[in-house]
Design a protein around this ligand. Structure first.
Ligand code: GLY
Ligand code: MN
Ligand code: MN
Length: 462
């Protein structure tokens, strides 16, 4: 009996504590690959003269019941998609330390796997040799930072899923200015703490990171293309399902489902589903109106996949037939957009692309109906950061999205695609969503998923 017990024990005796599997769980990856993220760190080091210590802090666990999503800057430089991580790198010696929380069995029982300092698979997965507990971070930084040493941090406001610096920064500023709050943002607080604790000369390296982000690598372009295909499929399904009486929110949720089905982590930004007069509100968010026969419908929506996003707008008539005025404005916007795409090539600028597109609208007498710019950078954020005076070169990614907005007729028209600058022009990566007037009319007439669900005849009056 004793012998049997012993051999049974030997059969099941773990070689390591149960929480230290040698390979990562199947769904865990290091972002776009360890080489991509190591390459970004090396490129940043080069821009910073390979001097000083870089300190990065990932996001804490969420404070609501939403899925954890890493801050974009932290993810770009590490690929770590797990809460409560931090990272330090001495550019002079090359020492890199990834800090992870200590193992917490109870946390994982409730929330599932969290990367922890005991997970042996983290080093082969990330290529970072030194994995330490976050509890050791103060001591390790004591070793790495001497009094007066240069310490690099990014002041770029933290941004996760559906976020953008252009929403985050004003919100952070309002909080800091609020006489009944006054908390500085997380990045300013990190600066203060590092200065106080280590006597460090803290410097902002957001500009250098933004410069790197402006030119996408092949891995990034692949993720942007995947997001764009998923977004285009979702847009096409929204067009097919359009009919009067349907709620704007129904198309918003249909698109969310199609995008998720095609690999999206979630939305790159809140869906804009504006029918009738709602098409005039540039970042309309309520999506709570039922569409009417005769309305124009403007949808601006895109997913995020692997931290990269897309941004697509299409506009079409709810009943599938453009009125004369809708068609006149639509044709002008489409001609303007095609002129913008034609102008997007190495050597051009966002300014010259904008000029080419808006020139068409002005020429057709619609200058008073223009409400917004034509282009913005796209990448990990829908309005990605970057200098708008930059001369375009291969690998730069941005939108071309002219629009016309006529309150007198409740017609808002915008057509938006994402382009990548190539050696001799640009590639429209959202082209799986058609946009000719004929294609829009044809698609509305096709049977959509909501037609099937509701038992609607697509050939009937829309
Ligand atoms: N999706 C928001 C924009 O086009 O800027
Ligand atoms: Mn846009
Ligand atoms: Mn958009």
């Amino acid at each position: 009996m004793h012998a049997i017990l012993t051999s049974l024990f030997l059969l099941v005796a773990p070689q390591e504590p149960a929480h230290v599997p040698p390979t990562p769980p199947l769904n865990i990856r290091c972002g776009l690959g360890a080489d991509f993220h190591a390459g970004r760190r090396a490129a940043l080091g080069e821009k910073l003269g390979n001097e000083g210590v870089l300190v990065l802090r990932g996001m804490h666990e969420t404070r609501d019941y939403t899925r954890f999503h890493q801050d974009k800057t932290f993810w770009y430089l590490t690929g770590v998609e797990s809460p409560d991580a931090a990272f330090a790198m001495d550019f002079e010696t090359g020492r890199q330390v990834l800090f992870l929380p200590p193992h917490d069995e109870r946390y994982e029982v409730w929330n599932g796997e969290r990367w922890d300092a005991g997970d042996r698979w983290v080093t082969p997965l990330t290529g970072v040799d030194e994995i330490r507990s976050v509890d050791d971070m103060e001591a390790v930084l004591d070793e790495m930072i001497d009094d007066g040493d240069r310490v690099w941090i990014s002041y770029h406001p933290w941004v996760t899923l559906s976020g953008g610096y252009d929403r985050a920064q004003p919100a952070d500023n309002a909080q800091a200015r609020d006489p009944f709050d006054g908390r500085p943002n997380r990045e300013k607080q990190l600066k203060t703490k590092l200065e106080e604790r280590y006597g460090a000369a803290v410097k902002n390296c957001a500009r250098e990171i933004i410069e790197l982000r402006l030119v996408k690598t092949e891995e990034e372009l692949d993720a942007l293309r995947r997001a764009s295909v998923a977004g285009a499929l979702a847009m096409n399904e929204a067009v097919r399902s359009t009919r009067s009486g349907l709620g704007e929110w129904e198309l918003d949720s249909l698109m969310a489902w199609v995008q998720r089905r095609n690999g999206a982590a979630g939305s790159a930004y809140h869906p804009i589903v504006g029918s009738g007069a709602n098409s005039l509100t540039l970042h309309y968010q309520a999506n709570d109106r039922r569409m009417q026969d005769g309305d124009i419908l403007l949808i601006d929506y895109g997913p995020e996949i692997d931290h990269y996003v897309t941004d697509i707008t299409r506009t079409w008539p709810v009943n599938g037939n453009f009125t004369d005025r809708q068609a006149e404005l639509y044709d002008a916007v489409l001609a303007a957009q095609l002129a913008g795409i034609e102008a997007a090539k190495p050597g051009a600028t966002i300014g010259s692309v904008t000029g080419a597109a808006n020139g068409v609208l002005v020429e057709r007498g619609f200058s008073s109906l223009i409400r917004h710019g034509v282009c913005h950078w796209v990448g990990m954020e829908v309005h990605d950061p970057g200098d708008y005076a930059t001369v375009l070169s291969p690998g730069m990614v941005f939108t071309i999205e002219p629009g016309l907005y006529e309150p007198a007729t409740d017609i808002g028209i915008r057509i938006e695609d994402v382009v990548v600058i190539t050696e001799d022009g640009c590639e429209v990566i959202t082209s799986d969503a058609p946009k000719s007037r004929e294609d829009m009319e044809r698609l509305v007439a096709e049977e959509g998923i909501l037609d099937v669900l509701d038992g609607e005849d697509p050939a009937a009056e829309r």
